[in-house]
Write a protein that binds this ligand. Structure first.
Ligand code: NAP
Ligand code: MG
Length: 498
């Protein structure tokens, strides 16, 4: 285990030294109250910067700016091609500043710099480029109609797709830049204007992205960024001048968003939690299934809504698989994300550390056995060692609740029908994994499992073109792919008597 030594890189110091303000109507400004809050590096527990503490008053200003930009700014007058070029440029600027953005993710979220460099940042750039291409391809239809009570009349009927309007977007801390990209890119492609509320734990990369968005030429008021806490998010979800709210985070807060949105019946999309089943069949190639299942849960320290946290293993290979995953877990180097050999950083915050270790304590009390991990390494930082639990069943909290940490619970199965019922025995439905050499069985399970994404002989494969989202209480709507455009468009039917 490497010890925590690294401080914030010199190259970031000047960015962090400046006061981090809110972006409202193209101007960087302090919160109306003048208040700020601290940003903490979860690997060292040290304060790395101060960020403006936006509240309801700032949300109101940002909504006003977004409304103005939507109704009368240059944004809506631009051609789809002009809009697309600007959005593409955001992707280019993200790519150009890859290392800096990746460093910000490491400082703020704790994830390894090397991972953010190859995953978070390039995926974010791709998302803007993918959506840039859609600007010129958002089309309606012409529709032949046969109105029974208008015999002999002729109509020319068609649909157009229009931006939904002013959009509030509330994002979490697990992939701070990427979640901003998943939200902003499709909304911009559709011609909406936006108020983005980053997570209080990880506001930095969104603020740097705000600067890049300005550099790309996006007009003022189109993207507004208000850093703050849950009350700022709540004000945004409630605001009657917001036409749509898009949220990623806990199912609990997702339900509050739905309630808050009822006031003006704003459109809502939600990307919420998960407790995803990952199934290893006896015929699977264990040399890929074992590291694959380990990565399915340990990637991003288990702080993934789609983490493969419930591992179902055919009883014939259960011992071999759990021993193999424990071996993988023990080989993971937990440490500061700036150290070259680190594979896993800290959890994002003290709150998440307490939450995850609380689940572990209660799980052990309820009878779960820890095969490996489950403890905190020496020293500062919110580190939790990758953990494999066995002796668990579907009644236990560790199987029912989303832990959102590096904790996998393995359970044996013998019967396939029973397995599918157990895999679906959850209020969630975000993702699932299947490892098998039998293509028929892979299709059968992929069809039977109630989840928005099914990975076969792979896990955590993301692409800007592939829709992602939840069945059941994992959410409403889809992100990425052309499905994401539906979140930000209204359909208008026009009927002309000719
Ligand atoms: P959370 O409370 O759901 O936070 C997500 C976002 O919602 C943050 O920007 C948060 O602001 C904001 N928010 C909080 N309360 C709000 C409210 N009443 N109205 C509108 N917005 C509000 O998530 P968390 O507390 O950070 O994490 C708790 C658990 O949520 C995790 O352990 C995990 O199980 C789940 N989670 C899921 C995802 C996912 O990708 N699906 C991501 C993160 C967390 P603040 O940051 O200021 O609170
Ligand atoms: Mg932080």
């Amino acid at each position: 285990m490497s010890t925590v030594t690294h401080e914030v890189p010199e190259s970031l110091s000047s960015f962090l030294a400046q006061p981090k303000q809110l972006l409202i109507n193209g101007q960087w400004q302090d919160a109306a109250s003048g208040k700020t809050f601290e940003v903490i590096n979860p690997a060292t527990e040290k304060v790395v910067g101060q960020v403006a503490h936006g509240e309801a008053a700032d949300i109101a200003l940002a909504v006003q700016a977004a409304r103005q930009a939507f109704e009368s700014g240059p944004w809506r007058k631009m051609t789809p091609s002009e809009r697309g070029k600007m959005i593409w440029k955001i992707g280019d600027l993200i790519e150009k500043h890859n290392d800096e953005l990746a460093q910000l993710e490491t400082v703020d979220n704790g994830k390894p710099f090397a991972v953010a460099q190859v995953a978070d940042v390039p995926l974010s750039a791709d998302m803007f480029r993918y959506m840039a291409g859609w600007c010129t391809k958002i089309e309606g239809n012409t529709i032949p109609i046969s109105v029974p009570y208008a015999p002999g009349a002729n109509f020319h009927a068609f649909t157009t797709r229009e931006p939904v309007g002013v959009v509030g977007q509330i994002i979490p801390w697990n992939f701070p830049l990427l979640m901003a990209a998943w939200k902003l890119a499709p909304a911009l492609a559709c011609g909406c204007t936006i108020i983005l509320k980053p997570a209080e734990q990880t506001p930095l990369s969104a603020l740097r992205l705000g600067e890049l968005i300005q550099e790309a030429g996006i007009p003022e008021g189109v993207v507004n960024i208000v850093t703050g806490f849950g009350d700022a998010g709540a004000a945004l979800a409630k605001d009657d001048d917001v036409d749509k709210v898009a949220f990623t985070g806990s199912t609990e807060v997702g339900k509050l968003i739905v309630e808050a949105a009822a006031g003006n019946l704003k459109k809502v999309t939600l990307e919420l939690g998960g407790k995803s089943p990952n199934v290893i069949m006896r015929d699977a190639d264990l040399s890929t299934a074992i590291p694959g299942a380990a990565s399915a849960i340990f990637f991003n320290h288990g702080q993934c809504c789609c983490a493969g946290s419930r591992l179902y293993v055919d009883e014939a290979v259960f011992d071999e698989v759990t021993a193999g995953i424990a071996e993988q877990a023990r080989s993971i180097v937990v440490g500061n994300g700036f150290e070259a050999d680190t594979n896993m950083g800290p959890l994002v915050s003290k709150e998440q550390y307490d939450r995850v270790t609380g689940f572990l304590d209660r799980g052990r009390t309820a009878g779960a056995t820890t095969v490996c991990g489950g403890t905190r390494p020496e020293g500062d930082g919110f580190f939790v060692e990758p953990t494999v639990l066995v002796d668990t069943d579907e009644q236990m909290e560790v199987i029912r609740e989303e832990i959102f940490g590096p904790v996998v619970a393995a359970m044996p199965f013998s019967d396939l029908d029973d397995l599918v019922a157990r895999a679906n025995n959850t209020t969630y439905g975000l993702a699932a994994g299947v490892w098998t050499a039998d293509v028929t069985r892979a299709h059968q399970i992929a069809k039977a499992v109630k989840a928005g994404t099914v990975w076969v002989n792979c896990y955590n494969i993301f692409d800007a073109a592939l829709p992602f989202g939840g069945f059941k209480q994992s959410g409403w709507g889809r992100e990425m792919g052309h499905a994401a455009l539906d979140n930000y468009l209204e359909t208008k039917a026009v009927c002309i008597s000719v």
